[in-house]
Ligand binder design. Structure first.
Ligand SMILES: [Ca+2]
Ligand SMILES: [Ca+2]
Length: 735
């Protein structure tokens, strides 16, 4: 193959991917202080760029783009360009030769950003030309190799520009572009070093974007009461046509019940039953169908985002003892244990998912105009279960009815679970391809619809907040960030917490998402830091991070802090779980503070096979034996919360466990790291929202500078001849 051609293609492909996955938040990550005030304000909500250049306000409409001046974006306080090296994303000064060479051409490419530049149909990057002037007033033509939009930021265009072969590293140059015969302003770029170079052009001024302030509040949905009524009616109509009375619940994205319809004749109660032994764990427990329907609606809502749409069928697929379910000698599901999160006993997620997250088909996400808006849950077969066989294409009527309900409110095809692959395995979405068309709503005349919140979308529990230049949200209960509560000279300070969460968020923003479409999107996660007492020191939710991760991130952090602490075994014994401690001690594990455990490590000890997924082995010390095991009878995780969880389903919420450091239970899939200062355990960070290897990577980035001493990491420990894991990172993780 022609190497030069290959190289060019490689560069273009790379930069196309970079820009396609690029958001304004990433601009901030990449350029850091370069963005100045850009980063100080929340990006990604509403970003209206209005440019003051010389005397004119610039129009952004497409028609105007052909006749008005393109504007290169600068710092807010100078004419220095918003620019970075297109491969390494280093800031200026730039070298003329690349630091990382992918092809035969060693010349550096830089990425610049412009406003008021929209290529017209049929035009390529060659429609834009560029040049640079150095201190000696030599003009160097530059090649514009790629021009692309910046997703979600319609005001901005990115360009990849190849520096000139003969450009010398002698300081600043003034760069401009030209499009359709109209020259842009000139911005300053440091080559070799920052400074020197020609003076600014006459009348040159900074040309930043100008942000509108973020909205002061959010709502938890964009569904109106008429939408909720339509969904309930469509579902009820299908239920009538099938002769299957059911309970139907619609929630918003955060689990607030917007509407419900308990159809007369719905089988009640629903009995929890999967595999394993009746009477153990939750097997055989009776629950109200309304609670089951709510759990299904909330699960679909909590799991679904602008980048992925998951159902309760998806959930059931990723929580079993093998992944995919039923395939021997495969490790457990990537979200093994997530069903016991967002519980009604949780101190974090309110409202909860009532029964935790559901793997019983019959819960689908709701999208309005392509935007995630909530979920629908349908229960009415008297059985609350998990689909054990993903291969039989079963179409339970609960799923049929839910699919009918969301007609007109379907998830966009691109982001449905069945367009998302984990470890090369396609996730399921729904087995119902053509849901029954709703018949006349007259057939449900007299049905008693219930509507929550007077038909007005409830306020979100989250408020917009920028942390470390990354746009997202916080729950005011956990913001501003606070210092560790334990009296210790090593306790985390509020500033430490800010640093840790910032580093994690910035890593997430450059980490290629595992579960989001389009490919090339960055991960969106919840980031939680707790102290050794399990007190939440801060939680930050990146914009559009799935809601389920809010509770789970805290669970993960508390789990790592708890099991890495000196009193874990003692606390478990005191709470009545000494048998698990005995089993762990038989495996040589003391849980006395001498080992740093991540969630990946303790989760590994909490699988019905040890090592994870390997059939015909004994269970890990925290797990139920496989003969008795079910998704509703996993072992320590459930046993810790079972009593108070069930009490909270029917009564007022009480903390999930009697162990003060674990008020919302533990979590047993990866994504947390214990934190240390001067070798002393001070807390933990937990991440949830994307693939678990991505969660691990982001947690580790947050823990940088607060890492466990290498000698005490769990991967220095062997159990039954098997090395325990500590963290696992994805290959080539960054965008
Ligand atoms: Ca059911
Ligand atoms: Ca099935």
């Amino acid at each position: 193959m022609d190497r030069a051609t290959d190289h060019v293609r490689g560069v273009v492909t790379y930069d196309s991917r970079l820009t396609k996955g690029f958001s304004a938040e990433e601009i901030c990550v990449i350029c850091g202080w370069l963005c100045g005030k850009l980063c100080a304000m929340r990006l990604g909500v509403i970003l209206l760029a209005v440019l003051l250049l010389a005397i004119s306000l610039v129009s952004f409409d497409h028609a105007g783009a052909q006749s008005t001046k393109p504007i290169l974006i600068s710092h807010p306080d100078s004419t220095r360009a918003l620019a970075f090296e297109s491969v390494t994303r280093q800031r200026e000064p730039f070298t003329t030769a690349v630091q990382v060479q992918f092809g035969s051409d060693p010349v550096t490419r830089i990425m610049l950003f412009a406003m008021n530049l929209q290529l017209q149909a049929g035009e390529t990057a060659s429609a834009v030309t560029a040049d640079a002037e150095d201190a000696s007033h030599t003009i160097y033509p530059l090649t514009v190799e790629h021009v692309d939009s910046v997703p979600d930021q319609p005001w901005a265009t990115s360009m990849v520009v190849r520096l000139a072969d003969d450009l010398r590293q002698e300081g600043d140059v003034l760069v401009r572009i030209k499009y359709r015969g109209i020259e842009s302003n000139r911005v300053r770029v440091g080559i070799g070093h920052v400074g020197d170079g020609p003076p600014d052009d006459l009348n040159a001024v900074p040309t930043p974007g100008i942000l509108l302030p973020p909205p002061s509040s959010l709502t938890a949905t964009n569904l109106a009461q008429t939408d909720v009524q339509t969904i309930l009616q469509q579902a009820a109509s299908a239920a009538n046509a099938l002769g299957k009375p059911v309970n139907i619940v619609v929630t918003d994205r955060e689990g607030n019940v917007l509407g419900f319809l308990p159809m007369p004749g719905t089988p009640s109660p629903s009995t929890i039953r999967s595999v394993g032994r009746l009477g153990q764990g939750l097997e055989g427990i009776a629950v109200p169908p309304a609670e089951a329907a709510t759990a299904k609606a909330a699960t679909a809502a909590f799991f679904s985002t602008g980048g992925n749409a998951f159902t309760t069928r998806t959930a059931g697929f990723i929580i079993q003892e093998h992944f995919p379910p039923g395939i021997d000698f495969r490790a457990g599901g990537p979200l093994y244990g997530v069903q016991f999160s967002s519980l009604p006993c949780s101190d974090i997620k309110k409202p909860s998912a009532r029964l935790g997250l559901s793997g019983d088909p019959g819960g689908l996400p709701i999208y309005k105009n392509g935007v995630p808006a909530g979920g629908i849950g349908v229960e009415g077969d008297g059985l609350y279960t998990v689909d054990r066989n993903p291969a039989d294409d079963d179409q339970p009527f609960e799923e049929l009815i839910a699919a009918s309900g969301v007609r007109g409110f379907e998830a966009p095809a691109l982001i449905r679970g069945d367009n998302i692959l984990v470890d090369g395995i396609r996730l399921p979405f729904s087995n119902v391809v053509n849901p029954p068309a709703p018949s006349s709503t007259a057939s449900i005349a007299g049905a008693t619809f219930g509507f929550g919140f007077g038909g007005v979308p409830p306020a979100s529990e989250f408020v917009p907040q920028t942390v470390g230049g990354i746009g997202g949200e916080v729950d005011p209960r956990f913001f501003p960030f606070i210092a560790g509560t334990a009296p210790s000279t090593n306790a985390l300070t509020a500033s430490d917490v800010e640093t840790i969460i910032t580093h994690a968020a910035q890593q997430a923003n450059i980490t290629r998402a595992a579960i989001r479409q389009p490919l090339g999107s960055n991960a969106r996660v919840s980031i939680a830091v707790v102290d050794t007492a399990g007190v939440v020191l801060g939680v930050f939710r990146q914009q559009d991070a799935p809601v389920f991760g809010f509770d789970v991130a805290v669970q993960k952090a508390r789990t790592a802090a708890f099991f890495s602490g000196a009193n874990a075994a003692t606390a478990l014994r005191t709470a009545g779980f000494g048998t698990y401690v005995d089993r762990a001690q038989a495996d040589g594990l003391r849980f006395d503070g001498t080992v740093a455990f991540t969630d990946r490590a303790t989760g590994f000890l909490h699988r019905p096979f040890f090592p994870d997924g390997i059939n015909d082995t004994a269970a890990g010390p925290f797990s139920t034996a496989i003969s008795d095991w079910s998704p509703f009878n996993v072992g320590l995780q459930l046993d810790l919360v079972k009593t108070n969880f069930l009490a909270s389903v029917v009564g007022p919420a009480v903390p999930c466990t009697s162990i003060p450091a674990l008020p919302n239970g533990i979590q047993i899939f990866p994504g947390s790291v214990p934190l240390y200062k001067n070798g002393v355990l001070v807390g933990a960070i937990g991440i949830s929202g994307d693939g678990v290897d991505q969660d691990d990577l982001i947690a580790a980035a947050g823990a940088n500078g607060f890492s466990a001493p290498a000698a005490i990491r769990s991967d220095q420990v062997f159990v039954r001849g098997v090395r325990l894991p500590f963290l696992k990172f994805p290959r080539s993780p960054n965008l």
